[in-house]
Design a protein around this ligand. Structure first.
Ligand code: BEZ
Length: 237
């Protein structure tokens, strides 16, 4: 999948602004080795580094990694697919914000995360959970017959997966977080352009999406995407 880092940084800063809260849960300590999975253009990796941790950001997209390196030249970024990620030096923590729903082979991703953690190390992650962007997906299905392309698990499903890979679940919950897009009236179509890669782009489709969703997702001059997050903290046994 190809990413446009400039479009991502220009209009979607809510992704890392909303993820800043997750760093509080991670509570990075000076000297800790931390792996940031799906680091994008590196803003949260940099915040983890500011706490004094020794952080490595990985992302499957070469373009995102190039932008992250350009943004934060002193930090370490690698292009890597989490499903195939292996390391000789384990980490004290694995962190991931708004990335794991892109990885359809979730079992392989969790196996790699588990393999990257030292015993007692922690996973702190947030991504799209069951029902995420349900209204948007319902409209895309109805208008274009396209199914959900992402992995949005329930708490039960994901906890089972973590436990199968030697990760003990300390916290796991789902919560609604309607998310305000930037750019006012064009916010929904910008969001679809950025994230709904294989969705139609023609004006007729975009208008029909806006008409179908306006009553539920547009207010006070902005589109609010119906995000529903799953947040987990798990400890490597
Ligand atoms: C999310 O962060 O939940 C998300 C972002 C893009 C596409 C789908 C979900």
């Amino acid at each position: 999948m190809s990413w446009d880092p400039a479009l991502y940084e220009r209009g979607h800063s809510f992704v890392w602004k909303l993820g800043a809260d997750l760093i509080g849960l991670l509570a990075p300590q000076p000297g800790e080795r931390i792996l940031d999975v799906g680091c994008g253009t590196g803003q949260l990796t940099s915040q983890i580094a500011e706490a004094g941790a020794d952080v490595t950001g990985i992302d499957a997209s070469a373009d995102m990694v190039a932008q992250a390196r350009s943004n934060f030249a002193a930090l370490t970024f690698e292009q890597a697919d989490i499903t195939a990620y292996r390391t000789d030096r384990t980490f004290d923590a694995v962190f991931s914000n708004a990335a794991l729903h892109w990885v359809l082979d979730a079992e392989a991703a969790v196996a790699s995360i588990s393999g990257a953690l030292r015993p007692g190390g922690r996973l702190v992650a947030e991504f799209g959970g069951k029902g995420n962007v349900g209204l948007v997906l319902g409209a895309v299905q109805e208008l274009a017959g396209i199914a959900n392309p992402w992995y949005f698990p329930s708490v039960g499903e994901y906890a089972t997966l973590l436990e199968r890979q030697c990760l003990e679940v300390a916290q796991a919950f789902l919560f609604n977080r309607p998310t305000r897009t930037e750019d006012g009236e064009s916010g929904l179509r910008d969001w679809m352009r950025m994230f709904g890669r294989d969705w139609p782009r023609d004006e007729t489709f975009l208008r029909a999406m806006e008409e179908g969703l306006r009553a539920r997702l547009y207010r006070d001059g902005a589109w609010y995407i119906d995000y529903r997050r799953i947040r987990v903290v798990a400890i490597k046994l």
